[in-house]
Design a protein around this ligand. Structure first.
Ligand SMILES: [Zn+2]
Length: 272
């Protein structure tokens, strides 16, 4: 049992690193408007097509000491940082949630696992892309909403959730959207953009009440602490833009991993 436990965590770490590597590649190619499925990875400096040994997440970077094998140009540490974050996030997810779902195997648990893994990946991608390019893709938010709707419909057919839940989550999504719309109107778009508003809808739709409020609360909390820290350390000024997408994603991922612990807390706060 213990050996299996360790193996699952090791595999989830490597799996997470692989997802991180994929996210890096997709973000880079989407920004350059390249085909992100067909085009092959190449060094941005010398254009040399990268081989299998250059593309192993985390290890290639360490082995090559952060330089291109062909032209010796420095590779941005962004790549290994994202791979490590993704590896740790997936490892934590399997440690706190995934393993118990694997050991208590059922159709519902399997669908839930698949859905959670997909959405951790999507939110990590949204965070990275917004951090790098200050943009949240409308298409991705729409596709994510449709996947979530499909997930709810499957759970409805399996009699896991009532129909009312889908409607109430939709309502919470619209409220979250309007709340962000209000914040943008009041702050005149200094803090947040339209992308955050659509992302707030997605979060509200996925988590419903009261969970989404908690995910959004974590996002605002981390966002303000990091924002104040960056301003006080003079890394950013009060006027400079700090994208909010990474904080929203952070709130979501933390909630997905720790929901068992947070749910209890949420209910004590909201239903006392
Ligand atoms: Zn190169």
């Amino acid at each position: 049992m213990f050996i299996l436990y360790f193996e699952i965590l090791a595999i989830s770490f490597l799996f997470g690193a692989g997802i991180g590597s994929f996210i890096n590649a997709v973000a880079y190619r989407v920004n350059l408007k390249k085909d992100y499925i067909k085009s092959r990875s190449a060094c941005p400096k010398c254009g040399h097509i990268l081989g299998f040994w250059d593309l192993i997440p985390i290890f290639s970077f360490l082995f090559l000491r952060g330089r291109c094998r062909y032209c010796k140009e420095r590779i941005s540490p962004q790549y290994i940082i994202i791979e490590l974050i993704s590896a740790v996030v997936f490892c934590a997810y399997f440690y706190f949630v995934g393993i118990s779902q694997i050991f208590n195997f059922s159709t519902v648990n399997f669908i839930h696992l698949l859905y959670s893994i997909t959405f951790i990946g999507i939110f990590l991608y949204i965070a990275l892309y917004d951090y790098l390019y200050y943009e949240i893709s409308d298409k991705l938010v729409i596709v994510s909403s449709l996947i979530t709707l499909l997930y709810f419909v499957i759970l409805l057919i399996l009699h896991v959730i009532p129909f009312g839940l889908i409607l109430s989550n939709l309502f919470v999504g619209i409220l979250a959207f309007l709340f962000f719309f209000g914040v943008i109107l009041i702050t005149r778009g200094k803090g947040m953009g339209g992308g955050d508003m659509k992302l707030a809808f997605l979060i509200g739709f996925i988590f419903g009440y009261p969970a989404s409020i908690f995910a959004l609360f974590i996002a605002f909390l981390i966002g303000s602490v990091v924002g104040l820290l960056l301003v006080s350390l003079k890394i950013k000024s009060m006027k400079s833009m700090i994208p909010f997408g990474p904080f929203l994603s952070c709130g979501v991922v933390l909630y997905i991993i720790f929901y068992q612990y947070l749910q209890h807390l949420v209910y004590t706060i909201f239903f006392i």
